[in-house]
Design a protein around this ligand. Structure first.
Ligand code: ACM
Length: 260
């Protein structure tokens, strides 16, 4: 199965332009799963809830969903992307996994980062895994990396590939994801963005460094701190199934939750 990432530099609020850039970047590529950054089409730094609402869509609605649905169909692939989600009076930092047939799974970010708390409601979906073509896929968003329970929970549910749309600004995540992969023996796919935003007087620098990491902690593909573009790698999801690391150790069976 081919897993891919598109690392972008969105222009805030230029949703169609940002999506067009993605379409061009992946036009000549084939893949089975494509992971895009958090808020890949809108940009990140919303001034307030009203502005975020103006760029938000209901899950399964709006131009971004329609374009991702078409891409999923054309490529016969799963497209996973981050977007601001409107639901009644609430707004969430969400990720959607759109399947080739147009069905989707939605995850709402559990651990909101810094000023996101002023705008978004904390996610209420919890962590879950879904199966497609016998492959078990889970989602977490950006700052969820800082809570090892997120990746652990997904992995204990049998997730083989953790897809991780991100807008990283702190330096440690790309390396921490090696640990998340290793401690759970799963694939991790972190899709980040690059560039800077300073719409609120609090400048943000996005650190790129998108990575696809194997269950043994090996970095299979990566992008740099400033480049935009596409990377992919062929993986065998079943490599995530065997949690045995020595003849005497299985990292899940050896856990001692009663002592934690
Ligand atoms: C983040 O969670 N976007 C840093």
């Amino acid at each position: 199965m081919k897993v891919a990432i598109y690392q972008n530099k969105p222009v805030f609020g230029k949703v169609e332009d940002n999506i067009n850039d993605l379409s061009k970047a992946v036009a000549n590529h084939a893949f089975d799963i494509l992971v895009l950054p958090e808020f890949f089409a809108t940009g990140y730094q919303f001034l307030n809830t009203e502005e975020a609402v103006s760029l938000a869509d209901g899950a399964g609605e709006g131009i971004t969903f329609e374009r991702m649905k078409r891409l999923a169909k054309d490529k016969e692939a799963i497209i996973i992307y981050g977007f601001p989600e409107k639901d009644g009076q609430k707004i969430y930092n969400s990720a959607l996994a759109v399947l080739p047939g147009g069905e989707f799974h939605r995850y709402r970010k559990t651990h909101l980062f810094d000023t996101e708390k002023n705008i978004f409601s904390p996610g209420d979906t919890g962590f879950f895994t879904f199966e497609f073509d016998k492959v078990k896929i889970g989602m977490m968003i950006c700052f969820d990396w800082r809570f090892p329970e997120a990746a652990r929970k997904l992995s204990l549910m049998g997730t083989q590939i953790i897809c991780h749309p991100s807008n990283l600004v702190m330096p440690h995540c790309p390396d921490a994801m090696i640990t998340r992969a290793l401690e759970n023996n799963v694939f991790t796919v972190t899709a980040n963005r690059v560039g800077d935003e300073n719409r609120t007087g609090r400048p943000l620098h996005f650190i790129g460094n998108s990575r696809i990491i194997a269950p043994n902690g090996k970095i299979l593909a990566k992008l740099g701190e400033t480049e935009t573009g596409y990377i992919s790698v062929e993986i065998n999801p079943a490599d995530a199934d065997n949690k045995s690391i020595t003849p005497g150790n299985d990292i899940f069976h050896d856990r001692r939750p009663e002592l934690y």
